[in-house]
Design a protein. Structure first.
Ligand SMILES: [Zn+2]
Length: 346
């Protein structure tokens, strides 16, 4: 593990250069806005960015590191920020898990009027801000329209479609970007000690989110599903319908159909890559190389294409809430037929 004890630093954030340069510029010039929307999926690093920016704003003696301004990590404010007990850094608490109601925001509004305890700023972090009801948003709007000079509000959101236009127009929106797969992979190796194979596979499935990749890495269900899926795909041409049915029953019951679909697509993609490039360097399932080389030589190109079409069809059907078990069974039967179309004399 490479983690330093103090976690609220910009140096820990990977792949969000545009946002970081915007926030660094604000720190450097003092041109801090009263409200930001950090827009990105769960696990994309919104909390990390919010914590680092807050710590730097509240820090008694920020450090210059290269061209970056970092919180010092040693002053009382930094130590309190790290411990979650800085009185000038408040995370909104809500009554209901499902939504942020007008009462939650009213409590916050009353608190905003109280001056900061010791810093020049008082920062509010609102997690799941997209869950604010319209009434809550209207209550927040009053603060956004006439904020006290010291107030900074950080809205962490997964999508902005639920926000009223009036809220959007008062906030600086900072969209988080998916992190390139290679950077996710390197991060899993360097920070989490993942081996090459698992780093590559989890990075592939992360959708560019380091948080999701880290979860997958530690998720035993995912590891088990991966093994079971490889197992059935390796011998699919000899598998009977009953074996397929029992495999699917298990996978569908665990509500892992999305991961299952992705695993099968990735497997098929590896066969296609191996077949078309005659190389193995870009494979994801690097611990199955020998088998993939052999399989890629026997299954026809049309078969591989038919298999990936079968998976895409299944994915579309699953989105429209059809019977998942039946859909996955049919998909695997189609893949079996596709993988049986072998090349002869080519
Ligand atoms: Zn400090």
């Amino acid at each position: 593990m490479r983690y330093t004890v103090f976690m609220n630093t910009f140096s820990e954030i990977i792949g969000q250069d545009i946002i970081l340069s915007h926030l660094q510029n604000a720190l450097r010039t003092g041109g801090v806005s009263h409200a930001y929307i950090l827009n990105g999926a769960k696990g994309s690093g919104r909390h990390m960015i919010a914590r680092s920016f807050s710590a730097a704003l509240l820090c008694g003696s920020p450090r210059q590191e290269g061209d970056r301004i970092e919180p010092c990590g040693e002053c009382l404010s930094c130590i309190q920020a790290e411990a979650g007990s800085n009185p000038d850094l408040i995370t909104l608490e809500r009554e209901k898990e499902s939504s942020i109601g007008v009462n939650d925001i009213r409590k916050m509004r009353a608190d905003v009027m109280i001056k900061p305890y010791s810093a020049a700023h008082k920062i509010y972090i609102i997690p799941d801000a997209e869950k604010m009801t319209p009434a809550a948003q209207n209550a927040l709007l009053k603060t956004l329209e006439e904020p006290p000079s010291y107030a900074v509000i950080l809205l962490l959101a997964d999508g902005t479609s639920a926000f009223l236009p009036t809220i959007m127009s008062r906030c600086v929106t900072l969209p988080l970007r998916p992190v390139p797969e290679k950077a996710v992979e390197d991060c899993l190796k360097e920070r989490f000690g993942a081996d090459e194979y698992r780093a590559r596979l989890c990075a592939r499935f992360s959708g560019g989110s380091i948080g999701r990749a880290a979860l997958l890495l530690e998720n035993e269900n995912f590891a088990a599903l991966r093994e079971k899926t490889i197992d059935i795909l390796r011998k699919i041409d000899k598998t009977d319908a009953a074996q397929i049915a029992s495999f699917v029953k298990e996978a569908a019951a665990e509500e892992e159909t999305g991961d299952l679909i992705d695993l099968i697509l990735t497997w098929n993609r590896d066969l296609m890559v191996c077949r078309s490039t005659h190389g193995t360097e870009n494979l994801i399932f690097t611990d199955e190389v020998q088998y993939i080389i052999e399989a890629a030589q026997t299954v026809s190109w049309q078969g591989l294409q038919a298999a990936s079409e079968a998976v895409f069809r299944a994915r579309r059907r699953l989105f429209s809430n059809v019977n998942a078990e039946l859909t996955l069974q049919m998909m695997l039967l189609e893949i079996r037929a596709a993988y049986r179309t072998q090349d002869r004399g080519q």
